[in-house]
Design a protein around this ligand. Structure first.
Ligand code: 1GP
Length: 250
């Protein structure tokens, strides 16, 4: 039986094997060189694609996933900004609860609305505690969700929020400084959360260099997500993947 995406994240964490995820905004697939990104990702053994955006303007989700699926075997996981971002062509979906915020719709309301539909779907559903951390600029997520991010100097709040997610039974914690963040999540915060959490820790937002990606996995991140920087320079995939995976052979 094929191992589920979540089981892979979990067993990789147990083995201290780090994963690298490329985030693709479906709106940009027609304008960016998706073929180049997919080729580079396959060669660099990227572990997963996340697919989604705070606001998708075009109906290109199915098309974008098909483009990836035709070209490689890398799994595609939906990272939906809202409940319209659903495609059965993906392999899995992060079922996000915005646990850094206090917007009940994003803690339970949208989940109730979509539960029956998702339960019957072929998608692997991965319950994810999503935590927005201040990245130095107002983000689309913050505006669209009507929530405040966790201040970046409040590691104690991040730790307790992540632990609450784990105790509630969430399977992943995704700490995100938001797409295009000026300042990525501080290493000290990643370390504080990483050393307490038993479930896999995903880190994203504003990571632009292999050095930063490496620093984050060394601090305790299990999965690194990069979107913006790769959109601007796809060749970064090779070096960031090498940096993230460099700990795996140690
Ligand atoms: C955003 O974590 C992701 O939700 C990735 O952020 O686009 O800044 O890499 P970037």
């Amino acid at each position: 039986m094929e191992i589920s995406i979540y089981e892979r994240f979990k067993s990789d964490k147990a083995k201290k094997k780090k994963n690298f995820v490329v985030l693709i905004d479906p709106d940009d697939v027609k304008t960016q060189n998706i073929q180049q990104i997919v080729d580079l990702a396959a060669r660099a053994e990227v572990d997963c694609f996340f697919m989604g955006g705070s606001l998708i303007m075009n109906d290109t989700l199915d098309y974008s996933i098909s483009q990836i699926k035709e070209a490689c075997n890398i799994p595609v996981v939906l990272f939906p900004g809202n409940s319209l971002q659903l495609s059965y062509r993906a392999d899995a979906m992060l079922f996000l609860s915005l646990i850094s915020g206090r917007n009940p719709e994003l803690l339970i309301g949208k989940h109730v609305e979509t539960a029956s539909f998702l339960y019957a779907s072929p998608l692997e559903i991965i319950s994810t505690g999503y935590m927005l951390v201040d990245g130095g600029v107002p983000t689309s997520v913050s505006y669209m969700s009507n929530t405040y991010p966790i201040p970046s100097n409040k590691a104690d709040i991040a730790v307790c929020t992540a632990l609450a997610g784990e105790l509630i039974g969430m399977k992943l914690i995704y700490m995100d400084a938001g797409s295009g963040a000026k300042t990525p999540i501080p290493t000290s915060m990643i370390q504080a959360v990483g050393e307490r959490l038993k479930i896999p820790l995903v880190i994203g937002g504003g990571i632009r260099t292999p050095e930063k990606a490496l620093e984050n996995v060394q601090a305790g991140a299990d999965v690194i997500v990069v979107g913006n920087a790769i959109e601007k320079d796809p060749s970064l995939i090779t070096d960031i993947a090498a940096a993230v995976h460099s700990l795996n052979t140690a």
